[in-house]
Design a binder for this molecule. Structure first.
Ligand code: FNR
Length: 191
């Protein structure tokens, strides 16, 4: 069974990106994937500093996060757009997990993996610009990013009172992205 790890680049309590990743996860599970949805709040990491890494190695939560990625076939990532790019929280986690230790292969967390990426914003572009930067980042470290991606604009108008995505068209699109990510991960893993 194909294994995906899913996370949002926001730890905000009412995060829109947390809301959309849950729908994509449902789509991947319906397609037969095993998905572990994590919250980066449960993986608190210091801001990366190479001196501290040299002195103390990879911190515990960064190591746990890295191991999850290493064991996965692919990822679902929902990122907020901060000033047209990804938040430091997300980049910091990706950076920590990119570090090689012991007899690990170079970029073992990312190479040969696939990713489905999405964004949500109250704005009219839906975070479309962060997807450009996130795609470039992931591909540069060896992760194949699905051509399909979703930027959910005016996301606050698409939720119910509990903060869950309620708009049928949006649910369909996000589930499809989850399904396609699971299917591509299965193909890549089999090849
Ligand atoms: C933002 N926001 C934002 N939105 C957007 O569409 N384009 C942008 O460039 C930015 N820039 C930006 C910078 C900073 C520093 C913050 C804090 C916010 C708004 C942002 O997308 C919004 O707060 C989202 O709701 C954050 O995602 P979560 O936490 O809801 O998942």
């Amino acid at each position: 069974m194909v294994k995906l790890v899913a996370f949002a680049g926001s730890t905000r309590k009412e995060s829109f990106n947390q809301a959309i990743i849950e729908v994509a996860v449902a789509g991947a599970i319906e397609a037969g994937a095993e998905v572990q949805l994590i919250n980066l709040a449960d993986y608190p990491m210091p801001m990366f500093n190479q001196d501290e890494e040299a002195a103390g190695g990879i911190p515990e939560h960064a190591q746990r996060f890295k191991e999850l990625l290493i064991e996965a076939d692919g990822f679902l990532i929902a990122s907020p757009e901060y000033n047209s790019s990804y938040p430091a929280l997300l980049k910091n986690a990706i950076d920590w997990a990119s570090r090689q230790a012991g007899d690990e292969k170079v970029l073992a967390a990312y190479r040969g993996k696939v990713a489905g990426i999405m964004a949500a914003s109250e704005g009219a572009l839906g975070g479309m610009r962060v997807l450009v930067t996130l795609r470039m980042l992931l591909e540069n470290i060896g992760t194949m990013v699905l051509p399909n991606q979703k930027a959910i604009a005016r996301v606050h108008t698409l939720l119910d009172d509990n903060g869950n995505v309620a708009d049928e068209k949006t649910i369909k699109q996000l589930k499809l992205l989850g399904k396609q990510t699971a299917e591509l991960a299965a193909k890549v893993t089999a090849s």
